[in-house]
Design a protein around this ligand. Structure first.
Ligand code: SF4
Ligand code: SF4
Length: 328
């Protein structure tokens, strides 16, 4: 009979143990729904491997089950991501359904901006304005060269045009009903700079050159997962980047890690600790069966341990990284 080897322990788990930290779930504040891998872009840093040819997309049936669950469990923040979440055919039904069940919910659309000016998606700007959706938009730099290198030719100009439209619609002007936040991530294998200083630079440059305003900048690290991991391997930078992340471990970031307060759900309804664990197939399980959202009572996961791996060093390096920016 073959020997059963113990599951290898990640050095991230060992690092937490050495620091005397037990990473466990707190009360769920955010329901993050990844609506699928379909996207109009194919960015080099994408941890979802999203693109225009991907077929994985949430169906109306799955959406209905999620809405039925949400009626029982109106989690205060719902964070819609993808892919391009607006490309899910039932996007508006989903948002309307969430708003009907919890009018006070803070609903976030993780928007790539360019979708606003894709043919057939002219409804996106007016809809986000009417339903008062919080927009968190990818904008990895205020220079055309860097944005186009990471996201594709012409993306910078189209992003600027979408930001101008959002400003005209009242987003990014300090109105709590229509927040507009931008997301920076590095163009390669380095950590983000100081978030507050970078926000000042973004605000100055975008105002001076394009008369664009926004509310906050979130500086995110690139996690060594999916397309960004392949990019690192192709360039022979994977080991060096991991060494940077490991040597930059900052225990002060652990308290704010998003996995402590988030339920991450994929396009089929399966549940994870975060979007990165989702991409790595690290499902929440019970009796060795992957859980779907409608199996989960959010109070029952409080205090449960979180599944970690080497990629987690990307969230704890330096100032830390989460969907809401730096952590320390
Ligand atoms: S990073 Fe965002 S916009 Fe770019 S391909 Fe991935 S999901 Fe699409
Ligand atoms: S990748 Fe980050 S958010 Fe996800 S489980 Fe690891 S530390 Fe938590």
């Amino acid at each position: 009979m073959p020997a059963i080897l113990p599951k290898p322990r990640s050095s991230f788990a060992q690092t937490l143990e050495n620091e005397g930290i037990s990473l466990r779930r707190a009360e769920i504040e955010t329901l993050q729904l990844n609506l699928g891998k379909l996207c109009n872009l194919t960015c080099s840093h994408c941890h979802v491997n999203a693109g225009p040819k991907r077929k994985e997309i949430m169906t109306g049936e799955t959406m209905a089950k999620i809405l039925a669950w949400y009626e029982e469990h109106p989690i205060p923040i719902v964070d819609l991501t993808g892919g391009a979440p607006e490309m899910m055919p039932h996007f508006r039904d989903l948002v309307d359904g969430l708003k009907d069940r919890n009018p006070a919910a803070r609903i976030i659309d993780r928007c790539n901006l360019v979708i606003l000016n894709e043919p057939g998606y002219e409804w996106v700007g007016p809809y986000l304005e009417r339903r008062e959706i919080e927009v968190v938009a990818s904008m990895p730099c205020y220079s055309a060269e860097n944005v186009n290198a990471q996201r594709g030719d012409g993306v910078f100009d189209r992003s600027i045009s979408a930001l101008k439209e959002l400003n005209v619609r009242g987003f990014g002007q300090g109105d709590p009903k229509r927040p507009l936040h931008l997301v920076y991530n590095p163009g390669g294998a380095w950590l983000p700079p100081d978030q507050a200083a970078l926000e000042e630079d973004y605000k100055r440059e975008l105002k001076t050159h394009f008369d664009i305003t926004f509310d906050r900048l979130f500086a995110l690290a690139n996690l060594p997962v999916s397309r960004f991991a392949s990019y690192l391997r192709r360039n022979g930078e994977f080991e060096e980047y991991m060494e940077l992340l490991v040597s930059s471990f900052n225990s002060a970031t652990v308290e704010g890690l998003m996995c402590r307060t988030t339920l991450s759900v994929d396009w089929q309804g399966f549940v994870y600790d975060c979007d990165f664990n989702q991409m790595l197939g690290m499902n929440l399980r019970a009796d060795d069966r992957p859980l779907v959202l409608w199996d989960v009572d959010p109070t029952s996961v409080v205090g449960k341990p979180i599944q970690v791996g080497e990629h987690c060093f990307g969230c704890t390096a330096g100032c830390g990284s989460s969907c809401g920016g730096s952590l320390a």
